[in-house]
Unconditional design. Structure first.
Length: 140
């Protein structure tokens, strides 16, 4: 429901929340401030909707470049890590959805670890999320 109402997916909200934690937001007060800002932004959304994609494209390119700097942290010597990471990265622009790219990464990573016979190193939540994303794609 919220995806259709607010125009975002729950996965995108999770990623943005994780970004807030990564830069130091550790309390619930951070979430309160962010939710207040999002609430205020709702009123400006119709006005900002008239801005053409050509105007927002440079900002998105900068965001993409900043996201690409994190690629250096991938352990490129481990194929079971590289394949899900690559699919995640490449599917975001190909599907026009950050959420879909992340979902595919969450699906592929547990499978890659099972294939490598290192399934015990994967947290059970990863298996749960992978299964839920599979169901998401089946019933989409």
């Amino acid at each position: 429901m919220s995806e259709r109402f607010f125009g975002t997916s729950t996965t995108a909200s999770f990623v943005e929340s994780s970004a807030g934690v990564a830069v130091g937001g550790r309390t619930g007060f951070t979430s309160v401030i962010i939710s207040t800002c999002f609430f205020i932004a709702l009123f400006f959304s119709p006005i900002l909707g008239v801005i053409t994609p050509e105007v927002t494209a440079p900002a998105l390119i900068i965001v993409g470049a900043l996201m690409a700097t994190e690629v250096k942290q991938i352990d490129w010597s481990r194929l079971e890590v590289v394949i899900p990471a690559f699919v995640t990265i490449i599917m975001m622009p190909l599907t026009f959805s950050v959420a879909t790219g992340i979902a595919l990464g969450f699906i592929l990573y547990p499978f890659a670890m099972i294939a490598k016979k290192e399934w015990k190193q994967v947290h059970p939540i990863m298996y749960t999320l992978g299964g839920l994303f599979i169901l998401y794609f089946i019933f989409l």
